[in-house]
Ligand binder design. Structure first.
Ligand code: SF4
Length: 163
């Protein structure tokens, strides 16, 4: 296909996107009320098997597109409103997790994504595991599942952004 016919195809097709599902009804947690509309998230893998990361990547990919609801992943806790924790917290990651939360300006949220971060996953009793995220830092919201589906991640983030 030439670039001309490709450009024509793009022009004829226009924008194709699913309409946004209705806003989740449950009350937002913690500081969510003052963070509404926009949420910058620093993700911390505290000891995950990477299953949660795959679903998190999908939640921010083109199909589920969490960014259209005002949530965005950022590289530094200094730029973040929320810390999203995945995985059981390992001994080596307990202090980095504490420091990351401390480096995130207030008001801030801590979200535990997946059963490991909620303290009830398959690695809970591992020798190198301290516990769930709330054994190390205060947690405001949880996303259950092993791993949670991208739609559940997007729904939880929409409760915070209110969009
Ligand atoms: S909750 Fe499940 S998918 Fe997520 S890190 Fe734990 S074992 Fe892996």
């Amino acid at each position: 296909m030439s670039w001309r016919s490709l450009a024509g195809l793009i022009r004829r097709t226009g924008t194709v996107a699913e309409p946004a599902p209705p806003l989740p009804e449950a009350e937002p947690a913690g500081a969510a009320g003052v963070l509404g509309g926009s949420l910058q998230i620093r993700h911390v893998d505290a000891g995950s098997c990477n299953g949660c990361e795959i679903e998190l990547g999908a939640a921010f990919g083109p199909v589920y597109d969490a960014e259209r609801y005002g949530a965005r992943l950022v590289a530094s806790p200094r730029h973040a409103d929320a810390v999203l924790v995945t995985g059981a917290v390992t001994r080596n990651m307990a202090e980095p997790l504490r420091l990351t939360v401390r480096a995130t300006p207030e008001p801030r949220l801590v979200i535990a994504m997946g059963d490991c971060a909620r303290g009830c996953g398959p690695f809970r009793d591992g020798y190198g595991v301290v516990g769930g995220a709330d054994d190390v830092v205060p947690v405001d919201a949880e996303i259950p599942g092993c791993p949670p589906e991208p739609a559940a991640v997007v729904e939880a983030l929409r409760r915070v952004t209110g969009r």
